[in-house]
Design a protein around this ligand. Structure first.
Ligand code: FEO
Length: 409
């Protein structure tokens, strides 16, 4: 039975749940230190607000903590900063126990609500600037979409300068000492969380930080991991720094970056890659580079993908498929903004040669711009075919430099 409810500020208490055993979160994240599902109660002179719930399996802990601090009849508002199940898992049960409470969600959450709660529930929506009153306490809402779901919002308790930041500034780091000045060193978890959850949405991070800058923030109360009260500005500055980093090569050369990634069984796809790179590099203003996927670490893949304006992927066809490292490369786009990057695919093949089309199709789903049909060559490329590869690389590089052509569909 949990005994811990922790005071966050005079009127705010932690009522969340701890998940020390979780080792993988949302399929893609490793959580060596477990995690927590942070939920908070805010008490005002007229009643209380519950800020988020917890993952369903942890509901019992959440309700025990909540009941130790308030009666259900006192709950005026239930605020869901976004509807992901790790925070909305106890919502339906809470609403049945506190039917008088008003549910507050963002505008974007409305369509998702039916997917989370199967019964009809009454709700109000909040956008930037909306406030709710708990008598002597006022909570103001801020629209901070995509951090981490499209419906995400944040809120600010004016009287006690507490920012409820949603997933922003979160860490998957279980430590029941809870506060950043009490817990162990969670710096790796804070950065890892940013890299995997926030990095694809850097522009939205900067927009959110701009909204937060209106407020004097004394405490950041995120939805996972330590509550940040020692020097909130430090964490804000870290997010600002990571979201504003200039691309390394762009910073150095001011040129468009085109990367050719390839794997090769019998050197044929490699020969194609060489010519494609040469063609791309012949275009003024473009720096072309080549990378053998057989030896590229995932972290390097992510950095290179992020840095590249254009990405050309080459794979042989083995058993009717592109090779696994090519798919692994594209799966790294889960951590990045893909919209607007230019893509293309190529490969040598022996029998059927589906790989370039398959990679092309995948890039289309990932919202790449695809200015050229995939190019495939049977076995050893001839001199003429290598010239085609040169032209292919040059064509993609010209598009990266802004040459207007009709996009291939
Ligand atoms: Fe912690 Fe996006 O849920």
């Amino acid at each position: 039975m949990p005994t811990l409810t922790a005071k966050v500020s005079q009127s705010v208490d932690f009522i969340g749940a701890f998940d020390p055993k979780i080792r993988t979160f949302d399929i893609i994240m490793k959580t060596a230190n477990g995690s927590s599902y942070n939920s908070y109660i805010v008490r005002g002179s007229a009643g209380v607000a519950i800020m988020d719930t917890v993952k369903k399996e942890f509901s019992e802990d959440f309700f025990l903590r909540l009941e130790s601090l308030c009666d259900y009849e006192e709950i005026l508002y239930i605020v869901l900063h976004h509807l992901e199940p790790d925070h909305s898992g106890a919502l339906e049960e809470l609403m049945s126990r506190a039917p008088q409470a008003k549910l507050i969600i963002s505008n974007r959450a409305v369509l998702m609500l039916k997917g989370i709660i199967k019964s009809d529930v009454a709700f109000e929506t909040a956008n930037t600037g909306k406030t709710i009153s708990l008598g002597d306490k006022t909570i103001e809402f801020l629209s901070t979409p995509f951090l981490h779901w499209p419906d995400t919002m944040s809120s600010y308790l004016h009287e006690e300068k507490v920012l409820f930041s949603g997933d922003v500034f979160g860490s998957h780091y279980y430590d029941e000492r809870l506060f950043d000045d009490k817990v162990g060193d969670f710096s790796y978890a804070f950065k890892y969380y940013y890299d995997h959850i926030m990095r694809p949405f850097k522009q939205y991070v900067l927009q959110a930080l701009n909204l937060y800058s209106r407020f004097d923030i004394q405490t950041i109360a995120p939805l996972h991991g330590p509550i940040l009260r020692t020097n909130p500005q430090y964490y804000i500055e870290k997010y600002e720094e990571w979201s504003s980093e200039e691309k390394f090569r762009k910073h150095t050369f001011g040129k468009k970056m085109l990367s050719v990634f390839y794997m090769s069984s019998y050197d044929n796809t490699h020969k194609m890659a060489m010519k494609i790179m040469e063609g791309a590099d012949s275009i003024e203003g473009v720096v072309a580079s080549m990378y053998d996927l057989a030896s590229l670490e995932e972290n390097n893949m992510i950095d290179l993908l992020e840095e590249s304006d254009a990405i050309i992927i080459g794979s042989p066809t083995i058993n009717g498929d592109a090779v696994k490292p090519a798919w692994d490369l594209l799966s790294c786009m889960a951590y990045l903004e893909s919209g607007g990057k230019i893509g293309a695919a190529f490969g040598s093949y022996g029998w059927t040669g589906e790989a370039p089309e398959m990679l092309h199709d995948r890039m289309q789903w990932l919202k790449f711009r695809l200015p050229a049909k995939p190019i495939k060559i049977k076995l050893i490329p001839t001199a003429e075919e290598l010239e085609e590869c040169f032209d292919f690389g040059a064509h993609v590089a010209e598009i990266a430099m802004g040459k207007m052509v009709e996009m291939e569909i």
